[in-house]
Design a protein. Structure first.
Length: 350
């Protein structure tokens, strides 16, 4: 009755390029600020505490005529069964008729849109002449965040890499990041007018970091993407003019930076309610370091000129990006449109 396009990881990886995704996520933020998009309440359920859980994030993008959801499950013992611990599936529907449009593996879309979100925080709030980028965390998201920020910013010259848990992981990323940027991100622009521009942006120095305090003091832009539940970066280490995009906090109790940094910063979020509930902003508000009124705005409000962003070169800015379903849906719609045009994926009759 309904023709539904099903896209696996490999096809999505082949289709998407980071510049497209940055544009899609920017559109999400401006649509949300213009009241053309809304988030639905998040659903979280633990099947067995610390062993298996799932969450559902969903929403409606009126100006894209879609609604839908992303369901992500985490099963900690899946490695014993040769299965990934994290499994995500996105479903997209036509909001005019309610009919299903697509079913997608959510893994690559999540990485791309998360990296794009962190980069947009830097693009909108960091000093334009920022040269030094610090990546805290070396997990799956780190290469997406580095690639997106290099693409979004014009003057980055050095990328420092730090892993709070295991220096060997930082060494692995340092050894592989150049090749990964070229293979996974730059190659998408082969033959296009943007190839030389992106290649030049990826021509930066990479450096391993063991002293996080010193690295913080040298950084213009800091990206944090870890599962931390206690701060790794302290207030006194952060120099004036720094921008921090916090990516990792997406669940009650997670924390990556000193809550007192919020008290001396201009604070922005992707979604106010979600940031206060499960984002990096949760702990600063609960501890009394700031109040809800101290949050300047959602980032989309800055992008449409409804709120002010950075107002001086000395200000510290913090962007709390918890990750919202609208990012997944807009990026998934982008993939589905390209896949339909190129006749990629599998079309099933539901």
């Amino acid at each position: 009755m309904f023709k539904v396009r099903v896209l696996n990881h490999e096809i999505i990886e082949e289709i998407l390029d980071m510049k497209q995704v940055i544009g899609a996520v920017e559109k999400v933020y401006t649509s949300k600020a213009e009241k053309k998009a809304e988030l639905f309440p998040m659903v979280f359920h633990e099947f067995e505490r610390g062993v298996a859980d799932m969450d559902i994030k969903s929403g409606h993008l009126a100006d894209a005529d879609i609604f839908g959801l992303k369901l992500v499950s985490w099963y900690g013992e899946n490695t014993k069964k040769d299965l990934p611990m994290l499994i995500g599936t996105t479903m997209v529907f036509d909001s005019i008729t309610g009919k299903p449009i697509g079913i997608l593996n959510a893994g690559h879309v999540t990485g791309m849109r998360t990296g794009a979100a962190a980069a947009i925080g830097a693009k909108v709030l960091a000093r334009k002449e920022s040269e030094n980028l610090l990546m805290v965390g070396t997990g799956h998201i780190s290469s997406f965040a580095i690639a997106a920020t290099l693409i979004a910013m014009d003057n980055i010259k050095k990328v420092r890499i730090y892993d709070p848990m295991n220096i060997e992981e930082a060494k692995k990323l340092l050894a592989s990041i150049g090749e990964e940027l070229e293979k996974e991100f730059l190659s998408k622009y082969q033959g296009s007018s943007m190839y030389d521009e992106i290649k030049a942006k990826f021509d930066v120095e990479f450096e391993l970091v063991e002293d996080i305090e010193k690295a913080t003091s040298l950084s213009d832009i800091i990206l944090t993407a870890t599962p931390a539940r206690e701060p790794m970066i302290m207030k006194d280490w952060v120099k004036p003019g720094t921008h921090i995009s916090c990516i990792g906090a997406d669940m009650d109790g997670k924390q990556e930076i000193d809550e007192n940094i919020f008290a001396i910063s201009r604070v922005y979020v992707d979604d106010l309610a979600q940031a206060i509930s499960v984002g990096e902003t949760e702990i600063p508000i609960k501890s009394g370091a700031i109040t809800r009124d101290d949050i300047i705005a959602e980032i989309g409000d800055v992008m449409i000129g409804k709120a002010s962003g950075r107002t001086s070169d000395d200000e510290i800015t913090v962007y709390d990006t918890t990750g919202i379903a609208l990012q997944d849906l807009m990026t998934s719609k982008l993939v589905l449109d390209i896949a339909e045009e190129k006749d990629m994926g599998t079309v099933v009759d539901l």
